[in-house]
Design a protein around this ligand. Structure first.
Ligand code: PGA
Length: 245
């Protein structure tokens, strides 16, 4: 089995002071976790504090988004080289909240993924269906479309460097976790698309209401090679319980 990725997405929560307090408590709790990659993605302004506080630990830091251009007159944006220079090694791309509220499309997901790779950041590329897609039986079709627009245009070398997160939108922040079987089935759709296009696959994480009390059952599915955790990554105890499951 490949090394699972246990990643936390803090969304728009925490100040730099709260970030320092989190790491002070969290780092000792995961000191013996060696069999996984641990990644925390705080808001941009917290990245320097997170990088400093995690320096001597195995916890890596990521951003939650990047612009796909290197620099320029794009008020309010942050580029991949800037994020890398600030000490981050990972970045979440195409989270459903970016797609839903900030006009992210499969095309911009692909551009951001390429920009991340060129800057030496490891992208966690998110895909996932809406509740309406699932109810109308269109889950596989949507996942395949997101794959062909956002991931398939990568070169084989680029593809091999990414991680994909399957996050059903109806399970994000709702307390409704996909059952391990539902998650595994969706992962298989994505994995088949990967193999058909690239002849190989990369790690696929699950995200959506992952908690300390469901992590064991989820990770019992071989299809799941890690998790992307929102709400439960905000407190040191609960995220450590997930990492150490
Ligand atoms: P949640 O969020 O764990 O709070 O459901 C997951 C995510 O949005 O990545």
């Amino acid at each position: 089995m490949r090394k699972p990725v246990m990643a936390g997405n803090w969304k728009m929560y925490k100040t730099p002071a709260e970030t320092r307090a989190f790491f002070e408590a969290f780092v000792p709790l995961v000191a013996t976790a060696r069999e996984c990659d641990i990644v925390i993605c705080p808001p941009f302004v917290d990245i320097p504090a997170a990088v400093a506080a995690s320096e001597t630990s195995r916890v890596a830091i990521g951003g939650q988004n990047i612009d796909y251009r290197k620099d320029g007159a794009f008020t309010g944006e942050i580029s991949a080289p800037m994020l890398k220079a600030a000490g981050a090694d990972w970045v979440i791309i195409g989270h459903s909240e970016r797609r839903q509220f900030f006009g992210e499309t499969d095309e911009t997901v692909c551009k951001r993924t390429v920009a991340a790779l060129e800057a030496g950041l490891k992208p966690i590329v998110c895909v996932g269906e809406l509740l309406a897609d699932r109810e109308s039986g269109n889950t596989a079709k949507i996942l395949e479309a997101q794959f062909s627009g956002g991931i398939a245009p990568l070169t084989k070398d680029q593809f091999q460097e990414i991680v994909v997160a399957y996050e059903p939108v109806w399970a994000i922040g709702t307390g409704k976790t996909a059952t391990p079987e539902i998650a595994a089935e969706a992962h298989q759709v994505i994995r088949n698309a990967m193999k058909a296009k690239f002849g190989s696959d990369v790690r696929i994480l699950y995200g959506g209401s992952v908690k300390p009390d469901n992590i064991k059952n989820l990770m019992a599915q071989q299809e799941l090679e890690g998790v992307l955790v929102g709400g439960a990554s905000l407190t040191p105890d609960s995220f450590a319980a997930i990492v150490n499951f």
